[in-house]
Design a binder for this molecule. Structure first.
Ligand code: GRF
Length: 192
């Protein structure tokens, strides 16, 4: 990824499907003077995504795309991103897999956050799996997006201990807190 030149922030879209706590955190981060990105667009795969409320709260454009036909959705999203001069995408709880052609067309400038220490536990139910396997540590990962689920190059990872009393729920809470530190740190690492 090119490093920052000048003081113009990189126009960024955040893709969500659900709660959007990472989205909210990224919006807050983007408002800091030293943030390399501005969040200019929220894209959701569902009308029901709670995170869409942050569009009104922070006065950011939002749009929902129906993924019943992925090719169609991606075509429309690509045009919409271009129209809004977006050059960077952060996936944050986005539950759809983007095609390799979309990723390529967007010049691979797409990153994602995942609640495990990748390459461990790609996909869903990461905390349940860590508990079941009696792992001593878990954490989260920010990585570049490829068409293979949770498999792109790792940008940054943060690790925490799993306590004897932890369950999937308590871990999810702890890791989410960690995610809110990691995502901005990863963005700083990319652009500075
Ligand atoms: C996070 O745990 C993220 O790592 C995963 O989905 C969850 C989204 O949470 N990809 P939120 O919608 O940002 O609160």
């Amino acid at each position: 990824m090119e490093k920052l030149t000048g003081n113009k922030k990189i126009k960024t879209a955040v893709f969500i499907s659900g709660t959007g706590s990472n989205l909210k955190n990224l919006i807050r981060f983007s408002k800091k003077n030293n943030s390399p990105v501005s969040i200019d667009l929220i894209i959701s795969s569902s009308h029901l995504a709670k995170g869409l409320n942050y569009a009104n709260q922070f006065n950011i454009k939002k749009k929902v795309f129906n993924f019943k036909n992925r090719k169609n959705a991606e075509k429309k999203i690509f045009l919409y991103l271009k129209k809004n001069r977006i050059s960077f995408i952060c996936l944050a709880g986005f539950m759809k897999i983007l095609s390799s052609s979309f990723i390529k067309k967007f010049n691979y400038k797409i990153i994602n956050i995942h609640p495990s220490l990748l390459p461990k536990y790609k996909g869903l139910n990461t905390h349940e799996r860590a508990i079941k396997n009696k792992d001593k540590f878990t954490g989260c990962t920010v990585h570049y997006v490829t068409a293979r689920l949770d498999s792109g190059k790792v940008i940054l990872q943060k690790k925490i201990k799993i306590g004897a009393k932890d369950n999937a729920n308590s871990l999810a809470k702890k890791v989410l807190k960690l995610e809110h530190k990691l995502y901005p740190a990863a963005i700083m690492k990319i652009f500075y």
